[in-house]
Design a protein around this ligand. Structure first.
Ligand code: HEC
Length: 164
């Protein structure tokens, strides 16, 4: 008579082991994901994410489209905030160049949204990166938001970064 009572208990025991195995498996997959995720986001604005040539093009576009509000030196005027320096980097630090490009694409210039193509926005942002002291590199900044979302904005150069 004891047996019929025992076996369900046993059954639950087996199930617990199975659940434990599944949970451990999921945790492992989760850990893998976060490792690869961290590697993807490892690229920062310190890794040469635009070219000097591109920043020059961006400077011209900036002068025509943005400077009357944000000032020629990006220091901001009245309502229009600075696009360089401590406050700007405090706003955007930890976010990505993709976030910044979307912000510009959706809302700037306020009186003529959508005026700039994605390519022109990438060029303008190259100029912005340049003025903020992030170094140019050998490859132009991509115009695709998904690609730009893999470049993190960091106000100070990450120590772990052994980049060239
Ligand atoms: C007519 C004036 C005007 C023009 C032209 C203009 N902006 Fe702005 N911009 C503003 C104002 C005002 C704000 C703050 C209010 C808001 O977000 O709309 C702002 C906010 C921003 C922000 C967010 C800054 C932050 O840290 O929150 C970015 C980035 C930006 N502008 C980039 C640009 C770029 C790049 C251009 C040129 C393509 C441009 N703006 C053209 C007025 C302007």
């Amino acid at each position: 008579m004891a047996n019929p009572q025992r076996s369900p208990v046993r059954g639950i025991g087996d199930m617990n082991i199975r659940i434990a195995a599944i949970v451990a498996g999921l945790a492992f997959v989760g850990a893998l994901h976060s490792i690869t995720g961290a590697q993807e986001a490892q690229r920062t604005v310190w890794d040469g994410v635009y070219t000097e040539e591109q920043a020059k093009r961006g400077k011209e576009i900036y002068a025509q489209v943005c400077s009357k509000c944000h000032a020629t030196d990006l220091s901001g005027v009245d309502e229009a905030p600075a696009l360089s320096g401590g406050a700007f980097l405090a706003n955007w630090g930890g976010l990505t160049v993709g976030d910044l490009s979307e912000r510009v694409r959706i809302s700037m210039p306020p009186n003529n949204k959508g005026k700039l193509s994605r390519q022109q926005i990438a060029d303008v942002l190259s100029h912005v990166m340049n003025v903020n002291g992030f170094p140019p590199g050998k490859t132009e900044m991509d115009s695709k938001t998904e690609v730009l979302r893999q470049i993190r904005i960091e106000s100070t150069k990450p120590k772990a970064n052994s980049g060239s």
